[in-house]
Design a protein around this ligand. Structure first.
Ligand code: IPD
Ligand code: CA
Ligand code: CA
Length: 261
């Protein structure tokens, strides 16, 4: 493993364990939208991670969820979700993670998703594979959508925007074995990489939700596209990720959904 990899695991563990220790405390909640919240823990976790990165790599660029920072023009950019699963966290529901990815010249080279509640460190390095607590992981072998366990989520503008995943959910729920909505997109993607879920889709995620999970999935033998099967890009609005084997069936099922109106 390269030094970036061990460093990102160290800072994800530090922030994640700190979040775990505060889970049952009372949180200060601010609203970014009607149901989109941020707590003091999101902000402090981000501060902890960013100051560790800039302490070690002062010229690197940072894209993190809670605070805008101007790019320095570095070939390296760290993409950080300091707490993925904020709504869960604010309710004391113990499903959340820290997600950190490192891009070099626009290509993600390392990614980590850390779930402090289970002590699970998902890590990927480009061309070197994906790992859970040091052991290699692969996507599932499920070939049939009707035997597949899927994950999804709903965008924060679910009340205002008719393109809110309800139609897709409706169709998928009748085509898959079951669907889970656990509330952390980065963990959902890590779980597809580890073969726990067979597929995942979601609308309007942000780069910090998907960057590390994307690399985990690619390195674990999975497939990541947009909802029609075209290549995924970090700034693309929608994502479809799977073990590869059920990808076409997922696309076909999504096509059955009536267009939003
Ligand atoms: C959210 C979670 C959730 C997903 C939302 C994300 P946050 O991230 O990943 O599962 O459905 O779309 O925005 O706000 O908890 O960092
Ligand atoms: Ca997130
Ligand atoms: Ca977050």
């Amino acid at each position: 493993m390269d030094s970036f990899g061990s460093f990102m695991m160290e800072i994800a563990r530090q922030a994640g364990d700190w979040l775990k220790g505060r889970l049952d405390e009372e949180h200060t909640i601010d609203y970014k939208g009607i149901i989109n919240i941020v707590t003091e823990a999101d902000r402090q976790s981000e501060e902890m991670i960013v100051s560790a990165i800039l302490g070690r790599y002062p010229g690197h660029d940072i894209l993190a969820e809670e605070k805008d920072r101007s790019p320095q023009g570095s070939p390296y950019r760290w993409i950080i979700d300091p707490l993925d699963g904020t709504t869960n966290y604010a309710h004391g529901y113990p499903v959340f993670c820290v997600s950190i990815a490192l891009e070099e010249n626009g290509v993600i080279r390392n990614g980590v998703v850390y779930n402090p509640m289970l002590g699970e460190m998902f890590y990927a390095c480009r061309s070197e594979g994906a790992f859970l607590n040091g052991r290699s992981i692969r996507v599932s072998g499920t070939r049939d959508l009707s035997h597949s366990l899927l994950a999804t989520g709903f965008p924060y503008d679910i009340r205002e925007n008719p393109d809110n995943n309800m139609d897709y959910f409706n169709v998928m729920a009748r085509n898959a074995q079951a669907i889970r909505r656990a509330g952390s997109a980065a963990l959902d993607m890590a779980y597809v990489a580890a073969g726990r879920f067979d597929g995942f889709w979601e609308l309007r995620l942000m780069p910090w939700d998907t960057a590390a999970g994307w690399l985990l999935l690619v390195e674990a033998g999975g497939k990541v596209t947009n909802l029609s099967g075209a290549p995924f890009a970090l700034d693309a609005p929608h994502i479809l990720a799977s073990n590869g084997r059920i990808h076409e069936s997922m696309i076909a099922a999504l096509r059955l959904a009536s267009p939003p109106g």
